[in-house]
Design a protein around this ligand. Sequence first.
Ligand SMILES: [Zn+2]
Length: 317
Amino acid sequence: MQSKANNSQDLGKGNVSPEASTLKPVSEEEPEQPVEDTSAAQTTLGNVLEAAEELWPKSLAEDWDAVGLVTGRTGQQISKIVMAVDPTLEVIEDAIERGADLLITHHPLLLRGVTQVAGTTFKGEAIHRLIESGTALLTAHTNADSAIGGVNDALADAFGLRDCVPLVESKDGLPEEGLGRVGFLEKPMKLEDFAERVYTVLPAVAGGVRVAGDRSGIIRKVALCGGAGDSLFGAVRSHQADVYVTADLRHHPASEAREAANGGFPYLIDVSHFASEWVWLSAGARALGNVLNDLGHAVEIEVSQVNSDPWDFVLTP
Ligand SMILES: [Zn+2]
């Protein structure tokens, strides 16, 4: 099953397959020298980890997070990578069917300590399927959120924002690195028109997009946070954003933010957690392909087509 929701938007839009790197031509002056095979078959998991660290440094991860390699050996060959939001069994089976040697997911499979990985639980079964099939698993979570060109930058690009800065700067990183983003639309627009843009650029999921605020209110400064962002309301207010786009907004933080705004700014746009992070996959795949190419490796990289948003349908008045 490709997608649980009756999506009007094809999740496959993000498929990428970075161009093969240009191999050095063999010099005519050294015809007798054996030519070293530098084809994609020579790319190891260690090479991919090196490229991933360049893009999504582990040092950018939050203290509570668990990022990095979950299964796999650094010496194993990698010729195909699949990128996805969630390491669900459906995603893993899909990656195995596609012949992936490495699955890169945004969300960790194992965030908290475990005492067993028996196949009697879905996480244990996931570990078994990955190892049995020889598929490595790599997690790029809050490090990918904070990184330049990561989840939040991808979302800001999709929304057409410019002059973006992090909502909360990373403690140890560059000024451009950190959680969330705040930036400006090219031109002021009505809240309902911007909400329409958000709806259009995100993959279609059952929950759609929820908006709090005046439909005709004019906005220019947009704050966003891919995934659950209701802990960043303080930063949204201090940046004086006109609207805040994030996922998983709970009743009390959302309600209190609207009370404090007294009907005005910031307006709120609540989107699917999965959808808000899925947008990064194609940008991340492209960036990884480019870094690998620069390192002399040609690896096929695909974006998972599985919709792992947990919601299946919604009833509205
Ligand atoms: Zn998330």
